[in-house]
Write a protein that binds this ligand. Structure first.
Ligand code: ATP
Ligand code: MG
Length: 184
């Protein structure tokens, strides 16, 4: 499961919790410089990675055992593409059968991703329905997703309203300690 995670929020963690029973292992992969995104992420790659680590710390022990945080995109220079990440993962873990997990808003724009057809042919895609997003071309599964976004959270911090109810406590504390998103 990839994402900008700027910041990681309870909507992302809901996906992990609901999908964990279906998988032996979940890799959480914060994006380096997503090519298709409007503008650069607001928080640095290191901060986004730290916030992911903080969010995972707040999960149950059983879930933590299943989830690994990978910095393979963040470590790659230049624009990062999912197709390259998948090749890298297959090279690292040749025996694994990977499933790419995305929300339905990301699925709507999927055909614009680099080598989208190659990804579709080589990798299973699991699309979770996201409230408010248009229907994508893919079958979508219902996980009772939360109607929240990182954009809303950044806006809340910017307007000096904290957003703890949609963040893990440790992530919230990290944001205010570091003064991210204009919270200082
Ligand atoms: P932003 O508003 O900055 O785009 P975001 O909340 O969409 O942030 P991303 O990091 O862009 O979070 O999303 C990573 C992945 O998680 C994407 O596949 C996205 O569709 C999915 N996702 C994000 N938030 C939710 C949510 N609340 N419910 C279901 N899927 C989500
Ligand atoms: Mg998004």
């Amino acid at each position: 499961m990839g994402g900008t995670f700027d910041p990681i929020h309870l909507g992302h963690l809901r996906i992990i919790e609901k999908l964990a029973p279906k998988f032996d292992e979940i890799f959480l992969i914060p994006a380096g410089q997503p090519q298709l995104r409007d503008g650069a992420p607001s928080a640095s790659a290191d901060d986004r990675l730290e916030m992911c680590a903080a969010a995972l710390d707040d999960l149950s022990d059983a879930l933590q055992e299943k989830v690994s945080l990978l910095d393979i995109e963040i470590k790659r220079s230049g624009a990062t593409f999912t197709v390259d990440t998948l090749s890298q993962l297959r090279a690292f873990f040749p025996k694994f059968d990977f499933t790419l997990v995305i929300g339905s808003d990301a699925a709507v724009g999927f055909s614009k991703w680099k080598k989208a057809d190659e990804i579709k042919k080589s990798t299973k895609l699991l699309v979770v329905r996201r409230p408010g997003a248009a229907k994508s071309e893919f079958p979508e599964i219902e996980i009772d997703a939360l109607d929240i976004s990182a954009t809303q959270i950044r806006d809340l911090f910017k307007s000096k309203k904290s957003a703890p109810s949609v963040l893990s406590p440790t992530v919230s504390a990290y944001i205010t300690k570091r003064g991210l998103y204009g919270s200082k």
